[in-house]
Ligand binder design. Structure first.
Ligand code: SAH
Ligand code: MG
Length: 223
């Protein structure tokens, strides 16, 4: 395991060195840390993937659940064409405050609607376009399945539902108890997705630079 971790550290260092982008991303990461918020934003590799997929889809309407400080939101919003919109939902006022600043510094505030509150409540009252092109789910894991099932009703054919932090290691080899409990619940979520249709999409494993666990990003394509 230690050799593996060392190898991953080299890979991550290499990627972060070469896949950085303009300084807004490092500003967001630094500001997140400075304010004592969890630095659990997606990695630059994942941010680029989100941006790339949104561009390939010509995504006009994107919904993100779990804004944190706006890191993934900036990657997504930069793919949105004029007239399009990123809706992003966040429960923590301290996060919303940083995210607002991130979006205006990045020059994408005009393309973003940021909503404070528990996502399920916000979704129940928010006025959204009838069909969304992409939904990125990256908030509380207990509601993952509710968010996904909600998205199934709202994402257009050919659109994507992307879910961050789904498990890719067997729950019984995970070390700590809380992670194991989380993983067991989340496995049922994975199975729910795998069972939908044969060509549902894919599940990519990513290393967490700040943790000891490999987790997955699930990419589901609406048939
Ligand atoms: N997408 C972000 C990271 C999100 S971290 C990025 O990659 O940059 C998860 C976020 O979900 C946290 O900021 C947390 O406050 C928020 N969250 C947790 N429960 C929530 C809920 N019920 N409704 C909305 N947001 C929630
Ligand atoms: Mg995440």
């Amino acid at each position: 395991m230690d050799d593996l971790r060392l190898a991953y550290q080299h890979i991550i260092a290499y990627l972060e060195q070469h896949l950085g982008d303009d300084p807004i991303y490092s500003w967001i990461a630094e500001e997140t840390r400075r304010r004592g918020l969890p630095t659990i934003q997606v990695t630059p590799v994942q941010g680029r993937l989100l941006n790339l997929l949104a561009q390939l889809l010509n995504a006009r309407y994107i919904l993100e659940i779990g804004t944190l400080s706006g890191y993934s939101g900036v990657w997504l919003a930069r793919a949105v064409p004029p007239g399009g919109k990123l809706f992003t939902l966040e429960i923590n006022p301290a996060c919303v405050e940083v995210a607002r600043e991130s979006f205006s510094r990045a020059g994408v505030a005009d393309r973003i609607e940021l909503h404070l509150g528990p996502a399920l409540e916000t979704l129940a009252m928010l006025e959204l376009p009838d069909l969304l092109d992409l939904v990125f789910i990256d908030a509380d894991k207990d509601n993952m399945r509710s968010y996904f099932d909600w998205a199934l009703e709202r994402v257009q054919s050919g659109g994507l539902i992307i879910v961050d932090n789904v498990p890719v290691v067997r729950a019984d080899i995970v070390e700590s108890d809380d992670v194991r409990v989380h993983a067991q619940a989340a496995y049922r979520f994975n199975e729910h997705v795998f069972a939908r249709h044969a060509n549902w999409g894919t599940l990519l494993p990513f290393y967490r630079p700040n943790g000891d666990l490999i987790d997955g990003m699930l990419i589901y394509r609406q048939p």
